[in-house]
Design a protein around this ligand. Structure first.
Ligand SMILES: *[C@@H]1O[C@H](CO)[C@@H](O)[C@H](O)[C@H]1NC(C)=O
Ligand SMILES: *[C@@H]1O[C@H](CO)[C@@H](O)[C@H](O)[C@H]1NC(C)=O
Ligand SMILES: *[C@@H]1O[C@H](CO)[C@@H](O)[C@H](O)[C@H]1NC(C)=O
Ligand SMILES: *[C@@H]1O[C@H](CO)[C@@H](O)[C@H](O)[C@H]1NC(C)=O
Ligand SMILES: *[C@@H]1O[C@H](CO)[C@@H](O)[C@H](O)[C@H]1NC(C)=O
Ligand SMILES: *[C@@H]1O[C@H](CO)[C@@H](O)[C@H](O)[C@H]1NC(C)=O
Ligand SMILES: *[C@@H]1O[C@H](CO)[C@@H](O)[C@H](O)[C@H]1NC(C)=O
Length: 336
């Protein structure tokens, strides 16, 4: 006969095996690409750490690479989105660019942050996918950024006039010309810039989105694209408001209906999404054209804590010795 503690351990492990994997399953897979050939931001590790530590609470699994050789059709195809972080210079070779083009043509989604607009400057499709290439920035200083469109998930939590300490980027072209919608705009009278700006359109573009990323070829299936030019300092990546802005952009991008999460005939996206029977995306195994695919597209941000609340109640009722464990995890999940 097993001693009591062994039985407890056995039951605990069985319950964990049953519930933990589904509850903690990360549905969306995002590849952070932070390779640099020119200037290297020393905030890159801070940014990656911030993204990875908050990822699980948004049901997002971030993987990272700086290896341009990873840019192959097969490797990229597993990701729901690529996140270009502070890249500078020629960070992809011709094979890598071709793989990126194919990924975008197959409905792959794109997120660009800060210096992501300062790489692959001769690659027209990349510039279109970001929205515009970086031109120059005045010295880092305090500035005010105006919310142009507060209906977007990346700006809805921001004050109408957002005070930041960051680099106010100027761009070589107007992202609106390739179809982008500007959501944040630098207030040019709130900081000093003595340079000569090119025509980047008015109001000054600072963050934007594209429902159909313009980097995809016209015969392809364009996914979504989101870009924010903010994010220079370590301190920025430790600021909850900035992180809410970034995660709003990422989760919006992931709700494109062009990846496996929403489209069973899609050729890119985390393949485990459509086979995970416990995930909230399981209904996508139905038709890819049903309107319900758009409804389930919201990442289950609130589902996770709920699952734990239910588990905690069950545990407290039937296994009092487990309740503190599940309550603890519930609290951790809900608040961190
Ligand atoms: C930013 O953080 C990184 C470590 O993540 C550190 O190496 C770097 O020195 C920091 N930069 C500044 C300006 O403090
Ligand atoms: C990009 O194009 C410019 C102008 O044609 C050229 O001088 C430069 O060498 C090119 N850069 C790369 C990395 O191909
Ligand atoms: C910049 O703003 C920060 C708060 O975000 C403030 O602490 C700091 O004093 C400001 N610096 C200047 C030069 O105004
Ligand atoms: C822009 O900044 C200036 C100077 O700080 C301020 O007076 C003005 O109200 C701001 N305008 C907007 C639209 O935020
Ligand atoms: C789109 O057309 C290009 C040639 O212009 C071709 O190389 C590419 O394979 C096509 N892509 C798709 C997704 O059909
Ligand atoms: C689903 O994926 C297929 C294959 O990439 C594509 O042709 C189709 O347009 C996608 N459907 C939607 C709604 O994006
Ligand atoms: C996919 O998303 C696009 C853009 O939001 C929309 O026009 C299209 O109707 C959607 N397709 C499906 C099948 O939901």
């Amino acid at each position: 006969m097993l001693p009591n503690t062994s039985i407890c351990r056995l039951v605990t492990l069985s319950l964990l095996a049953l519930f933990a994997p589904s509850a903690f399953a990360t549905n969306a897979k995002v590849l952070i690409y932070s390779a640099t050939e020119d200037f290297r931001h020393d905030s890159i590790p801070t940014a990656i750490q911030a993204l990875q530590s908050k990822g699980p609470s948004f049901d997002i699994q971030f993987e990272t690479t700086e290896d341009k050789a990873q840019f192959t059709d097969q490797y990229l195809a597993r990701y729901d989105a690529l996140l270009f972080l502070d890249n500078t210079g020629e960070v992809l070779d011709d094979l890598g660019k071709a793989a990126l083009q194919k990924y975008l043509d197959l409905g792959g989604n794109f997120i660009g942050i800060h210096a992501a607009s300062d790489c692959l400057r001769n690659t027209t499709f990349y510039g279109h996918e970001v929205g515009a290439f970086f031109d120059y920035h005045p010295a880092l200083q305090n500035a005010t950024v105006d919310v142009i469109d507060s209906s977007h998930p990346s700006t809805s939590m921001l004050p109408a006039q957002w005070h930041v300490q960051d680099e106010m980027y100027n761009f070589k072209s107007d992202p609106r010309t390739i179809g982008a919608t500007i959501i944040l705009s630098a207030n040019e009278s709130s900081y000093i810039d003595t340079g000569t700006r090119l025509n980047q359109g008015t109001p000054h573009p600072t963050a934007w989105f594209q429902e159909r990323g313009a980097g995809a070829e016209s015969n392809g299936t364009a996914g979504r694209s989101f870009y924010t030019s903010l994010g220079h300092l370590n301190e920025t990546w430790q600021d909850e408001l900035f992180l809410a802005h970034v995660f709003g952009g990422i989760t919006w991008t992931l709700q494109s209906n062009t990846t496996l999460a929403f489209n069973t005939s899609a050729e890119v996206g985390n393949p485990s999404v459509s086979v995970d029977p416990t995930s909230s995306s399981s209904s996508t195994t139905g038709t890819s054209t049903s309107s319900s695919s758009a409804v389930i597209s919201v990442p289950p941000i609130d589902v996770l804590p709920l699952k734990f609340m239910v588990l905690s109640i069950i545990a407290a009722t039937f296994f009092p010795w487990l309740s503190s464990f599940y309550l603890g995890r519930f609290v951790l999940t809900a608040y961190f």
